[in-house]
Design a protein. Sequence first.
Length: 442
Amino acid sequence: MTADPDRPATATRRWTAIDSAAGGLALDLGLYSLSAAFAGVTAATSTLAPHRAWGALATAGYALAALVVAGQLLARRRHPDPTLAGLRARWAVTGFAWATTALLPLVAQSVQRAAGRTDRAQEEVVVVEHAGIRLAEHGTPYLGHDAIAALPPAEQLLGYTPYQPGMALFGLPRAAADGWWTDARIWFALVTAALLAAAVATLRTTPDPATPARGRAVLRGIQAATALPVCALTLATGGDDLPVLALCLLALALAAADRPGRAGLAVGAAGALKLFAWPVAVVLVCWAATRRAGVRAALGALGLPVLALLPALLVDRDALVENVLRFPLGHGLVTSPAQSPFPGHLIATALPAGRVVAAALLIAAGVAIAVQLLRRPPRTAATTALICGYGLLAAILLMPSTRFGYLLYPIALLVWAPALAAAGLRLPGFRATSATRPAARA
């Protein structure tokens, strides 16, 4: 007997039980306390200057958030007043944590960088800003092979832009002016905040938006995408992954609200920024197909990335191929510095023909997921999020070249799933069969 993929997973039920302990405050305290320890270790031991600078400020932010939650727990035991320890208060602490552990370090590093500090941004910030300047001046964010080869060897890595063309939009402010506010991270943060707010608002339009389970699940999902160290650190020091993640979360929220067309547009916008969103787009299209809206979702999910590629393709096709295909596949003039010690990287470097073995494992994992999608396509947004989360986790672990920070995608997607499940419980067709499934809305 095979398991029904649309039933809430046992792990999800256990997670809900943990999440609801002491009204959610117990897990909040653990999250902020462990995050403070992580930030402190980062400040003391990281070999990357932007990370050390982040850790110095974030340690205090997480510690203060943990102290506030400890006070909430005491208040809850003595006087169960929702004003002090309820869901709204937890939202306020989450906002405080994000402001002090992500936004404050981000602004501080941007200001210091504008004042002349060259060690206050990771390489991807410089790459995106250069891409924006090239887009404004030449109509393409990419340098060709010969232009990169002409750069000094130490600058060739920064000559590559291994992103989709849409990412260069975040570099356009730097093309217009030179100041702390034109730092690409500022715009990553603003767009991320707006998209996450839209995702929360979307979930509130579904039935029973005020149920306690729904509220707790949505809050936990936002915490995972903002205050969790892997996201806060990434936003403060690099940040290019956060708008991509926020668009994917918004797309899944739109799916939970039974809006496949808009979900396709949101994940398509993410795919126009970075390749990491493309697997999410494929799974979302499979979900939409069960709602008889596969074509509608695919128009946005696949069409937007293609449209974003067309101008760069017309201006300089070879430059596009050099940056978007050759470099990520390891065939550029320099190799990617993404070398986190995950299984795929260890296999690629330690075994004979290791890269072939790692690639074979990665392909096998992809084929297994594809077969599962064909046999049992996801029928709910929550199941879609789980498939995306576990699929990206497997890909990150098996890729020969990857970064620790990429884990923010599967973590946020998996934690977002309970919020989507709560949102979809009373939508028409949530448990629908192919015979009774209603047509989806736009």
